[in-house]
Design a protein around this ligand. Structure first.
Ligand SMILES: [Zn+2]
Length: 252
């Protein structure tokens, strides 16, 4: 079910245990070769595919394309919500649906910079509704919900998601090849080893001058289709689990 297509009486009539999904993405630089709307396009496709299979039991809010992308602001074109405003926005969206009586609210995220704000938003909301043990407030990023490396016979070179990388570029090639620039001139930008176990405050320019991280030169549309299948079926399995939740344990 698409919230955007429903009238209010239809929403009122829904079982209030219906999972409500808020897709959150971004508009930010994706290297020399991909459009700034990449994250929103990719999450939109995954939501469309998953939504077809969950049409009778999950309600999808329209995709929120503006995200937390301050770390990309050195690259022209990036649009970022001020982080504190974004935190309030996320909390407010879920708060609206708590007011409408719904109990199972899920951020489905498609952008790394939204991870911390979405976690903080549901954490704060739970404190505000501390007597509501029936509330299930969740946030999850789509690439945590499927492992493309389990696809038999795959030829992925990367072992994890990067940025404007083999994986994201493959998915844009599958969706909109006319928006993908020349890949032949691109080369691998390695994932930084990091400062584990600590987290360092960083900006994207600390990690890449071109804007991509990973190996976009290995991208193909066929790999993109495998990625979409892996992630959309992972999203379906996860949301089925939210739908089945017994109000107590998350096992099973
Ligand atoms: Zn991206």
């Amino acid at each position: 079910m698409q919230l955007a297509h429903c009238g209010w009486p239809a929403i009122q009539a829904l079982d209030k245990n219906t999972p409500v999904v808020f897709p959150i993405a971004s508009l930010e630089q994706h290297g020399h070769h991909l459009p700034v709307f990449t994250d929103s396009m990719l999450l939109g496709e995954i939501v469309a595919r998953a939504g077809e299979q969950l049409a009778d039991r999950v309600l999808f809010a329209p995709l929120m394309w503006l995200g937390n992308s301050d770390h990309h602001l050195d690259f022209p074109g990036t649009l970022s919500a001020p982080p504190r405003a974004y935190l309030d926005l996320l909390g407010g969206l879920l708060g609206n649906f708590i007011q409408h009586g719904f109990r199972r609210l899920v951020f489905l995220n498609g952008h790394g910079g939204n991870d911390v704000p979405s976690r903080q938003a549901i954490f704060e909301l739970r404190q505000q509704h501390r007597d509501r043990r029936d509330l299930l407030l969740l946030t999850v990023t789509y690439w945590q919900l499927g492992d493309p490396l389990l696809t038999p016979g795959h030829s992925f070179q990367q072992s994890q998601m990067g940025h404007a990388c083999e994986w994201e570029t493959s998915m844009v090639l599958r969706l909109a090849p006319h928006l993908v620039g020349d890949l032949k001139t691109l080369s691998t930008v390695e994932q930084a080893p990091g400062f584990g176990p600590a987290e360092r405050g960083w900006i994207t320019k600390d990690r890449t001058t071109s804007g991509h991280i990973g190996s976009p030169q290995w991208a193909t549309a066929e790999k993109g289709e495998l990625l979409f299948r892996a992630y959309s079926s992972g999203v379906v399995d996860f949301l089925e689990r939210v739908h089945r939740w017994d109000g107590e344990s998350w096992n099973g």
